[in-house]
Design a protein around this ligand. Structure first.
Ligand SMILES: [Zn+2]
Length: 78
């Protein structure tokens, strides 16, 4: 698993993309993605960096308001 970046030893984050079968692993420091085999797929684009910032800000602002959907448990199943 490409959990750590080969270049900076930083922690990579798994990012899911609807168009990709598997999640890609992002190094926020080196700004690139690798696949599950630790092969560099592409750069982290400026647009995505911007979007990520906005998402984080929204997340921090809404974290107390936003409700997470409740996980439904079926009774009678372990
Ligand atoms: Zn790195």
């Amino acid at each position: 698993m490409p959990l750590f970046c080969k270049e900076c030893n930083g922690r990579r984050l798994p990012i899911a993309f609807p168009e990709e079968r598997d999640a890609l692993w992002l190094c926020e420091k080196c700004k690139n993605f690798v696949n599950i085999k630790d092969e560099i797929i592409r750069e982290w684009t400026d647009k995505e960096i911007e979007e990520n910032k906005v998402k984080l800000e929204n997340f921090n602002n809404n974290v107390t308001i936003e409700k997470t959907p409740e996980i439904k448990r079926r009774s009678g199943v372990n």
